[in-house]
Ligand binder design. Structure first.
Ligand code: HEM
Length: 183
């Protein structure tokens, strides 16, 4: 089943969810590590090149994910969820979409502030467009960092909620995002 139904996630949504989850966590680690590298470190140029290239590809995947979400039904809440849990899950999911839109945009604004394009794995380039924001590199950098920390805090909350559903409530919330047969 490729597409979602009103009760289950299809394989496209499941695959994109997990690919993005793993990539986002990897990008966070990479970003954290690379900002402290000194100019004389051999990875000083390589890691930002990888971080920016993956960031652009992630933004493209996210665009596809968002369109896919709009043209697919969203599985409803699993039976037994309280009204509060349903609203909290919706708020967190939409906050993820909001943050995953703004984080690559702020990253793009940091990298292109000096009018240079972003070279994506030496395959194609994304040109600079907006370069006139005052202190663009620094301000976009502050926004990028703040939004990323917010995202990671939400990922922790979201993961805790998923595990609580699985191990305490013993419901189908995590199983259906893993594509396991609903019991
Ligand atoms: C960077 C990491 C992650 C992000 C950005 C993320 C984002 C999202 C989003 C946006 C949705 C809503 C999908 C939709 O209906 O459109 C979702 C659903 C879900 N996620 Fe994640 N997720 C992440 C990591 C994880 C992890 C680590 C787990 C579990 C260990 C998890 C478990 C789930 C489950 C079970 C659902 C389905 C919830 C439901 O059916 O109501 N996610 N996630």
């Amino acid at each position: 089943m490729l597409k979602n139904t009103v009760t289950e996630y299809g394989w496209v949504a499941i695959a994109i969810h997990w690919v993005m989850a793993i990539t986002i966590l990897g990008m966070f680690g990479l970003g954290w590590y690379m900002v402290d590298l000194s100019y004389y470190d051999s990875l000083y140029k390589t890691l930002p090149f990888i971080h920016k290239s993956i960031g652009i590809l992630l933004a493209c995947l996210f665009l596809f994910r968002f369109i896919w979400k709009l043209v697919n039904p969203s599985p409803g809440p699993v039976p037994g969820q309280s009204q509060f849990e349903q609203v909290a899950a919706k708020v967190v999911h939409w906050a993820f979409y909001f943050l995953i839109t703004l984080i690559p945009i702020s990253g793009y604004l940091i990298s292109t502030a000096d009018n240079s394009s972003i070279n994506v794995f030496n395959v194609f380039k994304v040109p600079a467009t907006i370069t006139s924001i005052p202190e663009q590199e620094d301000n976009a950098g502050i926004v990028h960092k703040f939004l990323t920390y917010t995202l990671i805090a939400m990922v922790i909350l979201h993961t805790a909620a998923a595990l609580k559903h699985h191990f305490i409530n013993r419901d189908q919330t995590l199983r259906r995002m893993l594509g396991l047969k609903l019991s």
